[in-house]
Design a protein around this ligand. Structure first.
Ligand SMILES: Cc1cc2nc3c(=O)[nH]c(=O)nc-3n(C[C@H](O)[C@H](O)[C@H](O)COP(=O)(O)OP(=O)(O)OC[C@H]3O[C@@H](n4cnc5c(N)ncnc54)[C@H](O)[C@@H]3O)c2cc1C
Length: 547
């Protein structure tokens, strides 16, 4: 007779072994909680484990993203580039895992497939994809804002006889668990579908060696130069001596990036002043042009147009064929209302004889055939198809788990009309469930390296407070949740971000042809978000039912 195996029980389960999950697991373990982590991957790293396509790298300054360095967990870590590449980022994650001795707290190659709140025990009962079960008091999601890959809905995808892969599932090097397979494109006709942040990184690398590269673009993005440079040993010594100052500075900026804000409005300036500022920002590495331009960039159409026209002219200067240049200039969204892809020689690629740009907005891809792609009545013969089609962002990975709260209500149903949260961290009817870097929280529209870490610390303090006060149950009040959700929507509605179909908007098409568009991110700024959270904490976690 089969013996019934009792489900294991721990204080907290953390889903995800990216930078956020690892740190959450470490902090709770150090506080004395029993913690079990799970990840579907075979090792730590999350984003930096999965995305191994050529050209993948940070667009945040490495030192300002590397929270474990800034926090003193690995002060000896050396950054060698201003914007670290994926292999470096994966090494960074592995080094951090060694320093925190975190792998022993994780079960890898294991996905959490089900999480049901048990009202008779006030515990979460979890089902894992290896068939086993575990129960926990606190369920902490660190599943990542960009971790559920999205494939386009094109007929015939399975029929293609060549090689094809999504950028986030790039083939592995069988001899190196942390490496990517080096693909020789030199004799190949390659198609890349997608020109978002990932496409813009992968296209210039493939273009260097491919016999032919066809880029299938649905909507162009406003891309600006990354400006990557090496970090010398002397610079590293200086950076290390300033870690405290850097952390304080990035924590004080709205999106956690190390750039000063410009307090002027575009409308308060002359054309000459604007030209001078924009030229200097265009030459500046990273997101300076997005974050240090005029402060009304994302609230005033006129101010936005000044910068958009400047960038459009840069594209016209860099791309020799005027018709191709016009195709690469966005017409459907203001500058900066989608995450700005940071590029390195991206526009020059279209001057190469082996590269062709195909606009699939007007004539969409009809189907994938065994030998390539069909677009209207044209066929493109290809040996490789790269799907740079991005992610089902923010809620995508949660949607893949059968999460049910009080009364058996599925989270997916609760959020059908857009996420409802309190502080972007908890959801009514889903007690003791925390969503790190999730919808409506201040870490998602931010430099996640730092903002995710700060959020982990806030949640950990809350759990510590609950333990100290012999409380084991936390759930937001309905009015607190409604107020927060409305505030998130209202803040978002005051910006031009509403005008773009970016991943921070959840769009739902209704059968009657209408559409709802819900903000997925809190845009009022990191300092404001954290001040709000601190105030809540200082008032004994006001807005939460604790018992
Ligand atoms: C190519 C790329 C570049 C980026 N560059 C930047 C940047 O420069 N700056 C920036 O701030 N942000 C950047 N981001 C966003 C990035 O996702 C965050 O910076 C950060 O890595 C998120 O860390 P995380 O730990 O929260 O989630 P992730 O790193 O996404 O980790 C989530 C983990 O959860 C696991 N998981 C999910 N569901 C389950 C489940 N049901 N069961 C078990 N495991 C599960 C996944 O396997 C994954 O390993 C980038 C994202 C991408 C894709």
């Amino acid at each position: 007779m089969l013996k019934k195996v009792e489900a294991r029980s721990v204080d907290a389960v953390v889903i995800g072994a990216g930078i956020t999950g690892m740190y959450q697991t470490y902090v709770l373990r150090e506080m004395g909680f029993s913690v079990q982590g799970y990840d579907g991957s075979s090792n730590v790293g999350g984003t930096w484990y999965w995305n191994r396509y050529p050209g993948c790298r940070l667009d945040t300054e490495s030192y300002a993203y590397g929270y474990f360095g800034l926090k003193g967990i690995m002060p000896e870590w050396t950054w060698t580039e201003r914007f670290a590449s994926q292999p470096t980022m994966l090494r960074y994650c592995n080094y951090a895992a060694d320093k925190m001795d975190i792998r022993k707290d994780y079960q890898f190659n294991t996905r959490v497939s089900r999480a049901h709140f048990n009202e008779s025990t006030d515990m979460w009962d979890l089902g894992l994809d290896d068939g086993s079960e575990v129960s926990c008091r606190y369920l902490i999601s660190a599943v990542g804002p960009l971790s559920a890959t999205r494939m386009p809905n094109i007929a015939g995808i399975e029929d293609f006889k060549g090689e094809s892969f999504h950028t986030s599932r790039w083939p592995r090097d069988p001899s190196d668990p942390n490496g990517a397979q080096q693909i020789d494109f030199s004799n190949k006709r390659v198609g890349v579908i997608g020109t978002g942040a990932t496409g813009v990184q992968v296209i210039p690398i493939v273009a260097k060696s491919a016999k032919e590269l066809v880029v299938f673009q649905r909507s162009p993005n406003w891309c600006t130069p990354l400006g990557n440079t090496p970090i010398t040993e002397d610079e590293m010594v200086k950076l290390r001596s300033e870690y405290e100052k850097i952390l304080a500075f990035v924590s004080s900026t709205p999106t956690g990036f190390p750039y000063e804000r410009n307090m002027k409005k575009g409308s308060q300036t002359t054309p000459e002043e604007r030209q001078e500022l924009f030229e200097s920002l265009y030459d500046m590495p990273g997101y300076g042009i997005w974050l240090s331009g005029y402060r009304d960039l994302l609230t005033s159409k006129a101010s936005n147009n000044y910068l958009a026209e400047f960038i459009a002219n840069k594209i016209r200067q860099r791309v020799k064929d005027p018709a191709t240049a016009e195709k690469l200039i966005p017409k459907d969204h203001p500058f900066g209302t989608k995450r700005v892809p940071m590029e390195t020689y991206y526009y020059e690629v279209y001057n190469q004889p082996n590269v062709k740009l195909v606009d699939v907005r007007e004539t969409p891809i009809t189907r994938v055939t065994p030998t390539g792609l069909q677009v209207g009545d044209k066929t493109y013969d290809l040996d490789v198809i790269v799907y740079a089609t991005g992610f089902d962002a923010v809620t995508g990975s949660l949607d893949l788990i059968d999460i049910r709260g009080r009364g058996g209500e599925p989270l997916k149903q609760t959020w059908d009309d857009g996420p409802l949260t309190y502080l972007g961290l908890q959801v009514r009817k889903f007690p003791n469930f925390f969503t790190l870097v999730g919808p409506h929280n201040g870490a998602t529209f931010c430099n996640v390296g730092v903002c995710g870490g700060l959020q982990v610390e806030w949640v950990s303090r809350m759990l510590g407070y609950m333990r100290d006060h012999k409380l084991v149950y936390s759930e937001p009040l309905e009015e607190a949740q409604d107020k927060w959700t409305q505030q998130v929507y209202e803040d978002f509605s005051k910006t031009l971000l509403t005008e773009a179909d970016a991943w921070w908007v959840k769009v739902k098409n209704h059968p009657d042809g209408t559409q709802t568009r819900r903000a997925m991110v809190h845009v009022a700024g990191g300092p404001e978000y954290r001040k709000f959270c601190e105030d809540i904490a200082s008032r004994d976690y006001e807005g939460f039912v604790l018992r």
